[in-house]
Design a protein around this ligand. Structure first.
Ligand SMILES: Nc1ncnc2c1ncn2[C@@H]1O[C@H](COP(=O)(O)OP(=O)(O)OP(=O)(O)O)[C@@H](O)[C@H]1O
Ligand SMILES: [Mg+2]
Length: 355
């Protein structure tokens, strides 16, 4: 319970957290949890202090408005009143990048930034979601907006007041992994025993996407399953979200072109090895990606991107994606569904660096 509660707080590695806590006069992000009753916009858990008559209907953030104060402070905007209102889902949000929840036209959106020096992640989210749209992969759609002249991605909450997101990380804990079982097999077996439908086709799609965009951070908290929070019935895997740490987001242009040192998660250390886990590639419609050059150059050529992303970088990103599409189309058969070596399995904890 303690571990779960601690994990629910904003991770210590969150960009800008230290300053935000100093501004609030709070020592540790765990202290924020109690003040929002642990409520989140990604699941339905909360605590009710003894002796209060609070009800879920009255306080949940799916149906009720929430304070902007925590989000403002995390975004370095000082609220113009003395006494802060701590009722905010921003106190339970996960991940390293600066982020906040916003209600826009009655809908809940996650607003998420990028990192120095290129601030490329928000654009990558859009490119990844457009690629998934073309390939028919269930995904969270992202768009980009400017805040304080920096790009931020916007995506709508895919959880409702009846559903919850269970990260893959939690699913993995339901069984002990045997040494001779691969990371992929272990995850598939855990899901099968829980009765989560559609897992292998989902993983096929996620692995292919992550190869195409050279995703370097698909750790076990960056995908998961959906469950009905009332009946506890498994709905299936969650639409794909958080694909921004990709397309050479933190590399200099020369290294993007060289295609070197691309990290792979969650199952294998190398994307080529991870591709071997794809059992059915029949759904990949390469023709749908024929406009990928226009797609990527279009997104990365916006006025907002021009601040940190130059033409050479756009060309390097575009050419590397085209190259990987070509490779997959021409030699996919040599990769897919092949026995893969356990030597390349990830044995480290790739749930997240911040655990
Ligand atoms: N659209 C959404 N609806 C509901 N929950 C979401 C949504 N997007 C993200 N989340 C939740 O918020 C968490 C943080 O978001 P996200 O993974 O996008 O941030 P991040 O800072 O990029 O993370 P990381 O540190 O993994 O790079 C996710 O792990 C997930 O639990
Ligand atoms: Mg994440």
């Amino acid at each position: 319970m303690n571990q779960w509660w601690t994990d629910r707080a904003i991770p210590a590695s969150r960009s800008g957290l230290r300053n935000a806590l100093d501004l609030m006069g709070i020592l540790d992000s765990r202290q924020l949890l109690m003040r929002c009753y642990g409520l989140s916009l990604s699941d339905q858990y909360w605590i009710r202090p003894k002796g209060t008559d609070l009800s879920w209907e009255k306080i949940n953030f799916f149906d009720n408005p929430f304070s902007e104060d925590i989000g403002d402070i995390l975004f370095e905007v000082k609220p113009n009143h003395e006494i802060l209102n701590f009722r905010s889902p921003d106190s339970t949000s996960d991940g390293n990048l600066r982020k906040r929840w916003k209600i826009i036209n009655g809908k809940r959106f996650l607003v998420k930034g990028g990192s120095e020096p290129f601030f490329q992640q928000p654009f990558n989210e859009v490119i990844a979601s457009e690629i998934m749209e073309r390939l028919g992969i269930d995904h969270v759609p992202y768009s980009v907006t400017a805040i304080q002249s920096r790009p931020y991605s916007l995506c709508e909450d895919f959880i409702t007041s009846e559903t919850e997101l269970i990260p893959a990380w939690r699913i993995l804990q339901t069984k002990k992994k045997r040494n001779e079982t691969s990371a992929w097999q272990h995850f598939v077996v855990c899901c099968a025993e829980l009765g989560i439908p559609g897992v292998v086709p989902f993983l096929d799609r996620m692995i292919v996407l992550d190869y195409l965009i050279a995703n370097e951070d698909r750790h076990y908290n960056n995908f998961g399953a959906l469950r009905n929070a009332e009946t506890l019935e498994w709905i299936g895997m969650a639409p794909i979200y958080d694909s921004g740490s990709s397309l050479g987001y933190n590399k200099v242009t020369r290294r993007i072109s060289a295609g070197e040192d691309i990290e792979c998660k969650p199952f294998k250390r190398h994307h080529e090895e991870q591709l071997k886990l794809v059992l059915d590639p029949g759904w990949i419609d390469f023709g749908s990606l024929s406009d990928v050059r226009e797609l990527i150059t279009g997104v990365l050529s916006s006025e907002m991107a021009a601040e940190t992303i130059d033409e050479e970088r756009i060309e390097a990103v575009t050419a590397s994606v085209e190259g990987r599409i070509r490779k997959l189309r021409e030699s996919g058969a040599a990769h897919f569904g092949k026995p893969s070596s356990l030597d390349d399995d990830r044995t480290d904890n790739t749930a997240a660096a911040y655990h």
